[in-house]
Design a protein around this ligand. Structure first.
Ligand SMILES: C[S@@+](CC[C@H](N)C(=O)[O-])C[C@H]1O[C@@H](n2cnc3c(N)ncnc32)[C@H](O)[C@@H]1O
Length: 302
């Protein structure tokens, strides 16, 4: 097994706390509250008052495309005239935060590669179980699931003997389309260890890189999925690993707990959940056993 011991410096990005200029906002506090409440009930994403400017700019974009000129009219349209949810989807595509890159949080991935993955593989091998199921929940433009696919290919001696599926899901349809194209910016690949860059990517166009390994692509199944849709979530079971990193930071405690409780059910016994370095499953629920594995804390379903 081989996992590179060094990578470009670890960059941990926590949500920005920047203050905004409240004087240039175009929606009223009442409109913001209406909209924030609507988004929360549909997605679990919690918009605090400091995000009012951000949301206001996003609404403007949609109002321009629809020829609507008052925000309250747009909110009414979302609420009462969007029976098939098409406008809601357009709006969601605009308001999600999609920041991601390959090999994000390298110490955590190394812990997965060198500790949790070999443990699960060893247990499955003795039980003649060759199925490995991983879920990248909130996968954005695909860097996380493709990173996991690279790690699996590098770490599993006979990866072809394993029946591997990485479910990569997101609520935003635009990012899923990009993920399927597998073309990435320089910024996206900046943490990819050099030897993997040479092996799995090819320069394509100006400052972009195409992921070229079909075996990696075949491991991944993309799915449009709202983590706040209980009915859909209940259909997901049998995972050995859930990666839900830098997604629930945009939720509040109640919606976070709801989703993590679902992940607990979705995981097999002996399975692990990975959250971002600013987040902690232990703060949300006591259901998981916390273990130190290498440089990271990991959360195990016993
Ligand atoms: C900041 S990105 C994180 C990407 C990747 N997991 C990482 O750590 O690099 C957060 C992603 O979560 C998705 N997301 C937010 N709310 C969601 C929800 N309710 N259901 C599914 N995906 C959601 C967003 O669309 C976005 O692409």
């Amino acid at each position: 097994m081989h996992f590179p011991l060094s990578a470009a410096p670890d960059v941990r990005i926590c949500p920005s706390q920047r203050k905004v200029d409240r004087l240039i906002m175009d929606i009223t506090v009442y409109e913001f509250e209406q909209l924030a409440d609507f988004i929360y009930r549909k997605t679990g994403i919690h918009y605090e008052a400091k995000k009012m400017y951000y949301l206001s700019k996003r609404i403007e974009k949609r109002m321009d495309s629809l020829g609507i000129d008052s925000s309250i009219e747009y909110i009414r349209f979302l609420r009462y005239s969007d029976a098939d949810g098409q406008e809601l989807q357009h709006f969601i595509n605009l308001i999600t935060v999609n920041e991601t890159f390959f090999f994000r949080d390298f110490p955590q991935l190394r812990s997965f590669a060198e500790h949790s993955l070999p443990e699960v593989i060893a247990r499955k091998s003795t039980g003649n179980d060759n199925k490995l199921r991983i879920w990248s929940a909130g996968c954005s433009t695909g860097e996380e699931p493709y990173t996991l696919a690279i790690i699996l290919k590098e770490m599993l001696d006979f990866s072809s003997l394993w029946d591997i599926e990485i479910l990569a899901s997101d609520i935003d349809l635009n990012v899923l389309e990009k993920a399927k194209r597998a073309v990435f910016s320089e910024r996206s690949i900046k943490e990819v260890p050099h030897e993997y860059l040479e092996k799995y990517f090819e320069p394509s166009g100006s400052d972009t890189y195409q992921l070229i390994d079909d075996e990696l692509k075949e491991m991944i199944r993309f799915e449009h999925l709202n983590l706040f849709d209980k009915t859909e979530l209940r259909k997901h079971r049998g995972y050995d690993f859930v990666f839900c990193r830098n997604v629930l930071i945009y939720f509040d405690d109640a919606s976070r707990k709801e989703v993590v409780d679902h992940f607990y059910v979705a995981l097999n016994r002996g399975g692990y959940i990975y959250m971002g370095s600013c987040e902690s499953a232990g703060r949300i629920t006591t259901a998981f056993k916390i273990k130190r594995a290498g440089d990271a804390l990991v959360y195990l379903k016993e």
